[in-house]
Ligand binder design. Structure first.
Ligand code: 5GP
Length: 119
């Protein structure tokens, strides 16, 4: 598992060094709109803790952080009106997973049929 890079772009967003279009924030998470949206709703949900990837988060986050993360996801999809219509959540991981930013994040995509899982 990669070592966490304190200068990755999402770390800079969390530190307030780079702006973001914030959707939701609480003690555990920050959520903001993706800069290059691939759907009418395209939100990135990130933990405030320093986790490189979903497996790092699963192995090392506290129960409160894990609960906080998924509770926030549930609130966001409810608030955005996509809980009923459906959405896709994606966590690209590592080189083969196509992860560009090495701070764990889940893409939340909705607002239209998202299409095939892998094309
Ligand atoms: P990944 O490929 O790591 O799963 O996804 C990284 C995502 O972060 C991409 O969808 C990309 O558009 C988004 N992204 C990269 N830089 C920024 C940024 O500075 N601000 C925002 N809001 N999104 C970003």
């Amino acid at each position: 598992m990669a070592i966490y890079d304190d200068n990755n772009i999402f770390a800079k967003i969390l530190k307030g060094e780079i702006p973001c279009d914030k959707v939701y924030e609480d003690d555990f998470v920050l959520a903001f709109n993706d800069i290059t949206p691939k759907a009418p709703v395209h939100i990135l949900l990130i933990p405030k803790g320093k986790y490189v990837s979903i497996d790092d988060f699963g192995a090392n986050a506290s129960a409160a952080e894990v609960k906080g993360f998924y509770a926030a996801l549930a609130k966001i999809v409810q608030e955005k009106g996509i809980a009923e219509t459906g959405f896709r959540s994606i966590a690209n991981t590592g080189d083969d997973g196509g992860q560009e930013v090495p701070h764990f994040h889940v893409h939340i995509l909705g607002g239209k049929p998202i299409g095939q899982m892998i094309s």
